[in-house]
Design a protein around this ligand. Structure first.
Ligand code: ATP
Length: 322
């Protein structure tokens, strides 16, 4: 947990048990600071959306609290609406409005003057390539178009806390890139951007801090660099051969993937071993058609944490973390 004087959002011992008995969050405590973009990652059902909905005040915690600037967040309060902008995973609001109306309305709702709201609407329609859809009601849009329109409504008047649930879900690669640029552009010393994403590789480029949830608990929390160091720095060597990959190029524990049919061999090695292993890959008695060497990224960190947790569960251990 990061301890500084500039905590904007304080989450204490948050527990959420839904009617029906599913416990989605089991005692989450976090201090989140302004000036950061924080990613909440974790497998399906880990409790990410539940956490986000409690943070924005839409889901009431079973116990524990969420405080924004020291005040308990409660749904429907004007001060909460003014300070938190939220993109839900399945947006339903404003469905009868046209794309342009929804963006403008959202800006006006947060107190943006009419002329400025119109200017922002034009800019967002342009940058997110929504101009051809400006006059279409939201309910007529495709999944990806709807998501882009939702992002535009949030960006029209970004608040002190911007909470985005899967902002790039259903978007094509070009629009994903645009949206990541817009998210990066949201970073300001007085604003906290929180996002849930499964696009770990893309998220990594914008995140200052990563919180990994697993079964409703925080299992890792830190900068991407710190989390990388915690799981051990390693280098990934992905080689493609014509025909089945040769054996014996690396130690058994270093082989992450072997695909006989595609001739693909993925190794994960200690940085000091890279020259020796690469030399063997290149000198192997099979035609090498491609090789890619990369440092471990957030996706690897994430997978390593999952492996570790599953190992602990199999071993019947109670303790989480490295
Ligand atoms: N309204 C609800 N009523 C009952 N159970 C719910 C409700 N919403 C979520 N859950 C359950 O709570 C758990 C956590 O769900 P949540 O949506 O927070 O996970 P998530 O990490 O966001 O998952 P995903 O990545 O699949 O979106 C899941 O087991 C889910 O089925």
């Amino acid at each position: 947990m990061t301890e500084t004087g500039s905590t904007l959002l304080e989450i204490r011992d948050l527990v959420k048990t839904y009617r029906g008995g599913v416990t989605a969050n089991r005692g989450i405590s976090l201090r989140l600071e302004a000036g950061q973009i924080v990613g909440i990652l974790g497998p399906n059902g880990a409790g990410k959306s539940t956490l986000l909905r409690q943070i924005v005040g839409l889901t009431r915690p079973t116990s524990g609290s969420v405080r924004l600037g020291g005040r308990v967040v409660e749904a429907g309060r004007m001060w909460v609406k003014e300070r938190i902008a939220y993109l839900p995973q399945h947006p339903l609001a404003l469905a009868d409005l046209t794309v342009a109306q929804a963006i403008t309305y959202s800006a006006r709702l947060r107190g943006v003057p009419a002329a400025e709201a119109a200017r922002r609407t034009r800019r967002l329609l342009e940058s997110l390539e929504l101009a051809p859809l400006a006059g279409r009601p939201l309910y007529t849009l495709s999944g990806g178009e709807h998501r882009l329109a939702g992002i535009a409504t949030v960006l029209a008047a970004p608040a002190a806390v911007v909470a985005l649930d899967e902002p790039t879900n259903e978007l094509d690669p070009l629009m994903r890139r645009r949206v990541w640029e817009e998210i990066r552009g949201l970073k300001r010393p007085d604003r906290l951007v929180l996002l849930v994403s499964h696009n770990v590789l893309e998220a990594e480029r914008v995140l200052d801090r990563v919180v990994i949830l697993h079964q409703g608990q925080v299992v890792a929390d830190g900068t991407p660099a710190a989390l990388r160091a915690a799981v051990g720095e390693s280098v990934r060597i992905a080689a493609v051969f014509e025909g089945p990959p040769p054996v014996g190029l690396a130690a058994a524990g270093e082989v992450e993937e072997r695909d006989e049919a595609r001739g693909r061999l993925v190794l994960r090695v200690d940085p000091a071993r890279v020259p020796a292993v690469l030399a063997r890959v290149v000198a192997a008695p099979a035609r090498l058609t491609g090789v890619e060497v990369s440092r471990s990224g957030l996706e690897d960190i994430y997978l390593a944490w999952r492996e570790r947790l599953e190992g602990q569960r199999r071993g019947g251990q109670e303790r989480h973390g490295p």
